[in-house]
Design a protein around this ligand. Structure first.
Ligand code: FEO
Length: 393
């Protein structure tokens, strides 16, 4: 599959409708994904990024239908992660001397992964590649989201090839932002930001400001996953600016796991207490062993506060809660509050342990957690919910 997005610019990627997990088993992709590669044909012919390894042969085969491989003058690799570089070895088998333009860290990444000493040309921010009538300008984007990441800008057509930034894991038959279901698109964008970009929010803000200061006209943003932004393309940049500024909605998320239902009942009664105290706030409950973890993290991202509960098991907490908290800690959420609760179980330590986890993850935690209950105590849980509601105001 390929399609022309502007005269001389062709999408050459792969829509992966089947994908259900990405980054190994780390990220759920309920709606599949795509690996977007772009071919620019000016006086020079340049390929931007490739696709994931399982589709390498299909990619090169399709590329051959569009262009004589020997006429490709250069390859630009915006990022070395395998979903974009995976087809490079297969392609380089056909055109082994073709120069590859990428950052210094991408050279390390590609050499480390593929053990090949290709014709690398290191680029830095402000570096340019003349294509004839048009020109590509490179802008390094370290840690957005890997150390080697960059984007490039094509003048004349005013296209930003943004790689992972502004992307979504979203398979679509019509790969433009104005031709897909808008609520699905929004869900995939915010999930992607919450789960992948949250820890780098300060850098997102800085990089957006840097790019805005360049005052470049932008007609299209072409990410490496999901749809192309051609209708009001800056809407996704505005969303990123908002999400990067310690985003939160008027929402509290209650996360728990339960052995016999008592911790679940605690969660429900605490939620009722919150709702009694503040009928406006959105309260959502998730059992961490029964809910996709990336979806829960998206809800945490949207929340101003979270509550976490587990019974005490073998002097610890249930593993689904522990695993999720480890993930939450790594994402370095800012400006959020939290509290812990749990049933006594074996020996009653769980609320204290959960509170410690939350504090280590950067949450401001309410001093007194709710624990040492052998079963859900409706009055105590509701009072706790009300107290928490007041604490976060
Ligand atoms: Fe889409 Fe960081 O790879």
């Amino acid at each position: 599959m390929s399609f022309v997005i502007k005269a001389g610019v062709t999408w050459m990627g792969k829509v992966d409708w089947e994908l259900r997990k990405f980054h190994g088993e780390e990220y759920s992709t309920h709606r599949g994904s795509s690996y977007n590669s772009y071919l620019i044909q000016d006086q020079k012919t340049v390929l931007i990024d490739t696709v994931w390894l399982p589709f390498a042969q299909e990619f090169v085969h399709n590329l051959k239908q569009t262009v004589d491989l020997s006429s490709i003058d250069a390859i630009v690799l915006n990022h070395g992660e395998q979903d974009h570089s995976g087809a490079l070895p297969e392609l380089m088998r056909h055109i082994p001397d073709t120069p590859i333009y990428c950052t210094a860290n991408a050279v390390k990444s590609l050499k480390g992964q593929y053990k090949q000493d290709w014709n690398f040309n290191v680029v830095k921010t402000g570096g340019k590649l003349n294509l004839g009538k048009k020109e590509l300008t490179f802008i390094e984007m370290p840690m957005l989201h890997w150390p080697d990441t960059m984007l490039c800008y094509l003048n004349e057509d005013n296209i930003v090839f943004s790689n992972d930034a502004f992307g979504q894991h979203y398979a679509a038959a019509q790969m433009y932002n104005d031709l897909v279901d808008q609520s699905e698109l929004y869900e995939e964008c915010i999930k992607y930001y919450a789960n992948i970009l949250t820890p780098f929010s300060k850098m997102v803000t800085k990089k957006i400001n840097d790019i805005v200061a360049l005052n470049l006209p932008i007609d299209m943003i072409c990410p490496s996953h999901g749809v192309i932004w051609r209708s009001n393309p800056l809407q996704i940049v505005e969303k990123y600016a908002k999400w990067a500024a310690d985003y939160q909605e008027n929402q509290i998320t209650v996360i728990y796991d339960s052995m016999w239902g008592e911790t679940r009942r605690m969660a429900e009664e605490i939620a009722a207490g919150i709702q009694m105290s503040d009928p406006q706030v959105v309260v959502k409950l998730y059992n961490s062993s029964r809910t996709d973890k990336n979806d829960i993290i998206t809800e945490v991202f949207k929340s101003k506060a979270i509550l976490v509960g587990s019974p005490t098991v073998n002097r610890g907490i249930l593993s689904s809660v522990a695993g999720l908290l480890e993930e939450i800690k790594g994402l370095s959420f800012k400006n959020k509050k939290g509290a812990a609760f749990g049933t006594y179980g074996w020996s009653g330590e769980s609320p204290k342990l959960l509170g410690k986890f939350l504090a280590e993850a950067g949450f401001s935690t309410m001093e007194n957690s709710l624990g040492n209950l052998w079963g859900a105590d409706e009055a105590a849980c509701r009072e706790f919910g009300q107290r928490f509601s007041e604490y976060i105001r």
